[in-house]
Design a protein around this ligand. Structure first.
Ligand code: FEO
Length: 616
């Protein structure tokens, strides 16, 4: 039975998942499986983007047949010749006579190396900048050599602003029903696998990834469809900025990765004492036993952290075997631009430290701290000062460097901390965007939770449509209303639902923050963009905790407080003589006639509860 997912109205994901594969490419463990993505465009012409690994061929062929229906297949675009994406070309050639294979000249040569069918008679060869018109879509071909093989190309659909990105932006892990990255808690559950995929598959080719990023930066991209993992349709700058860092070999975070090889636990013991001392200095640490953790995870961590410590026992007069493999893997993946410290152990002739230094010394921009800490069998009390000294010399490099890693600096560049000073028990326009839909509502609870990382919380009534949009997208903006805000803004955003109307169209604001979400640029003194990292269900409301991604001060006007709103903005309720008994909403002025006011009453205009009503 076919199992497909709609990407857009006329593009369907026709790939498949493999959760039984032990080792991807024979070397990378994939405990959560892997997806082989393929996409089928049903335009005036039908176009299939890539095939899949032979392990999932049946599902793939069923998916294509079901999606095509009685249409024929006009084109197969082969963006990457690696067999996990081309195993089914021969099947398609047999099943869909008349199909043309769109690829570049390098791909043709490789295709002949792998397969036996007559490619020349059905090839449609493209080069950089060529286009293919399929009716309503125009596909532009962009060469991306060495991302991951020399023949790789990507395809840009200018009609839907979609980039079919081949291996770029791929991620390990099978798709568990969700096709889009915004449907999952990506950073919590998948960022490590995105990084592990990047570091191990294309990490060696940073320069080539940079070239591709430069080429696609000229394009307006609203969706990225890679060959593995999730489709990106929201917050594209998040994944692109990760690629920008990794491809320049810049660390994402300041902190120390400690990888150790220990036969009887004594090298491990030294590494742990060092880790404890670093933590005492407030430095983040992550430790790996190279005999236990697959090298691909440690290589990935090396792309994450700014500092690397290698601690290895000596083995056969060399580096312990797993550590030797790790060091070789790291140098093969071009790791560079890190600060390194080395610990060696050896009961009679310790040599591992010198050898590690020698190998890592060949990498570019590596700062290898001067003193190797040498232990002979086990660390003894008199040597504790040496561990102290190593911790101090590592800490000193943090003190001398900027407090933030390049990754953290990129995020910080867009943040003006002064925007936080505008928060009060005030009133805010909370805005969100889901696809083409913009919306906003009024809230009165925005709090700064922590300053490092910069985090805020908001409480949002579940009756608000904006609430549901934030649950879905995890992204929002807060515009801090100032004292000049007229009552009309509160009416605009607070007293009716945006489900069926466009509140922004009505008010004419069109400014968007970097996250693509609108904000209110006038009668406000600050705007804050944030990505949700956690949420808490409190019955009528959800509290969202979110990392600040952008913050700007918009004016010097004071923030409007609740009190100011009541005293100066909200019109005084006009109570008719006939309606003497009842309650008035303190927020919007809605009058509830009758007594008593039900405890669970929700204002039909502004969605505030009974606690915000007062007797007439
Ligand atoms: Fe998924 Fe380079 O292939």
């Amino acid at each position: 039975m076919h199992c497909v997912k709609k990407v857009t109205e006329d593009i369907t994901w026709v790939g498949a998942n493999d959760r039984r594969l032990a080792m991807f490419e024979g070397v990378y463990s994939v405990p959560d499986g892997v997806s082989y993505n393929a996409y089928l465009l049903l335009d005036e012409k039908t176009v299939l983007f890539d095939t899949v690994d032979k392990a999932v061929r049946h599902r793939y062929l069923e998916n294509i047949a079901a999606t095509l229906g009685d249409r024929k297949l006009d084109y197969l675009i082969v963006q990457h010749m690696e067999p996990d994406h081309t195993a089914e070309i021969s099947s398609l050639v047999c099943l869909y006579p008349g199909m043309k294979i769109v690829c570049n000249a390098k791909t043709i040569a490789m295709m002949k190396q792998f397969y036996d069918f007559d490619i020349d008679s059905i090839a449609h060869i493209v080069t950089e900048g060529d286009t293919l018109d399929t009716g309503n879509h125009t596909l532009h071909f962009i060469m991306a050599p060495m991302v991951h093989w020399p023949e790789v190309m990507v395809t840009y659909d200018s009609a839907k602003k979609t980039l079919f990105s081949a291996d770029a932006f791929g991620c390990f892990g099978a798709l568990n029903g969700a096709l889009f990255a915004d449907e999952v808690d990506f950073d919590k559950d998948y960022l490590d696998e995105l990084r592990r995929y990047y570091a191990n598959i294309v990490g060696k080719y940073g320069t080539q990834v940079q070239s591709l990023l430069t080429k696609v930066s000229a394009l307006e991209i609203e969706m990225i469809c890679p060959l593995h993992g999730f489709v990106w349709r929201k917050d594209l700058s998040h994944v692109i900025s990760k690629y920008a860092l990794w491809s320049k070999y810049e660390p994402e975070e300041n902190g120390v990765m400690i990888a150790y090889a220990s036969v009887y636990g004594n090298t491990e013991n030294t590494a742990e004492i060092l880790a404890g001392k670093l933590r005492d200095d407030g430095i983040k640490t992550q430790m790996f036993d190279v005999s236990v953790t697959p090298a691909s995870e440690i290589v990935s961590a090396a792309f994450r952290w700014s500092h690397l410590v290698f601690a290895s026992t000596t083995y056969n007069a060399g580096i312990f075997v797993n550590m030797e493999a790790l060091i070789s893997d790291l140098t093969a993946h071009n790791i560079q631009n890190r600060t390194v410290a080395v610990i060696e152990n050896g009961s009679w002739a310790p040599t591992s430290g010198g050898l590690i230094r020698e190998q890592l010394g060949k990498c570019e921009n590596m700062t290898i701290l001067d003193n190797t800490l040498t232990i002979t069998s086990a660390l003894k009390t008199p040597q504790l000062p040496e561990v102290d000294a190593m911790a101090k010399s590592i800490a000193a490099t943090f003190a001398n460097a900027s407090e933030q890693s390049p990754g953290e600096q990129t995020a910080a560049k867009n943040i003006d901390n002064a925007a936080m000073f505008k928060l009060s028990y005030g009133l805010f326009v909370l805005t969100a965007k889901d696809g083409d839909k913009d919306n906003g509502c009024i809230i009165n609870t925005t709090l700064q939770v922590t300053s490092s990382p910069l985090r805020i919380s908001i409480a949002v009534n579940k009756a608000n449509f904006t609430h549901d949009m934030i649950v879905k997208t995890g992204v929002f903006n807060v515009s801090v209303l100032s004292e000049s805000a007229p009552f009309s803004i509160f009416q605009q955003f607070g007293f009716h639902t945006g489900k069926d109307t466009d509140k922004f169209l009505e008010c004419g604001y069109s400014d968007r923050a970097n996250n693509g979400v609108r904000y209110v640029p006038i009668h406000t003194n600050a705007m804050i963009s944030a990505n949700v990292i956690d949420s808490y269900d409190y019955g009528s409301h959800t509290i969202f905790v979110a990392d600040v991604t952008q913050a700007s001060v918009l004016s010097k006007e004071p923030s409007v407080t609740y009190q100011y709103y009541f005293d100066h903005i909200k019109p005084k309720p006009q109570v008719s003589a006939a309606a003497k008994k009842g309650y008035v909403c303190k927020i919007c002025g809605y009058v509830y006639e009758g007594e008593p006011l039900p405890e669970d009453f929700i204002c039909p205009l502004c969605k505030h509860g009974a606690e915000d009503f007062e007797p007439l």
